[in-house]
Design a protein around this ligand. Structure first.
Ligand code: HEC
Length: 113
């Protein structure tokens, strides 16, 4: 379904195995923004508690068997042909890595607003 061409990056995102780098955490205020994005935007498909909906569960149990780098690539580039959209306009790859580390460890609480 490539309407107007190949989605940029979809084919070029390398998907190595193994854990992603734990370096370069976003600034604290940006971390809160990312966690809110996770609840509000990702949660609309993956469930308010990330236990699944239109999209699969993003709980530590569900993600334990998945290579983290592949999850990062999925967030950044989306999954063409599925409802999972690319998020590269809203977050960097480093920020996606940070989110994946939080998802895998189940540490996704936001500040209350
Ligand atoms: C419009 C609905 C939708 C939204 C919004 C959405 N996703 Fe998804 N996501 C999906 C679907 C559907 C899949 C499963 C794709 C497939 O069939 O391979 C998926 C797959 C994933 C996967 C791979 C899970 C696995 O088990 O391999 C991750 C990680 C993920 N999404 C994270 C996110 C994050 C983080 C956000 C927010 C930044 C987000 N998604 C927003 C629909 C969505």
């Amino acid at each position: 379904m490539g309407a107007t061409g190949v989605p940029a990056g979809a084919a070029s995102v390398a998907v190595p195995d193994g854990p992603v780098a734990r370096t370069s955490a976003p600034a604290p205020a940006r971390q809160q923004e990312l966690l809110r994005l996770l609840r509000q935007d990702c949660g609309s498909c993956h469930g308010m508690r990330l236990t699944g909906g239109l999209g699969p569960a993003l709980t530590p149990e569900a993600l334990s068997a998945r290579p983290e780098a592949g999850l990062v690539a999925t967030i950044v580039a989306g999954r063409p042909g599925t409802a999972m959209p690319p998020w590269r306009r809203f977050l960097s790859e480093a920020e996606a890595q940070w989110l994946v580390v939080r998802l895998v460890s189940g540490d996704v609480e936001t500040v209350r607003d």
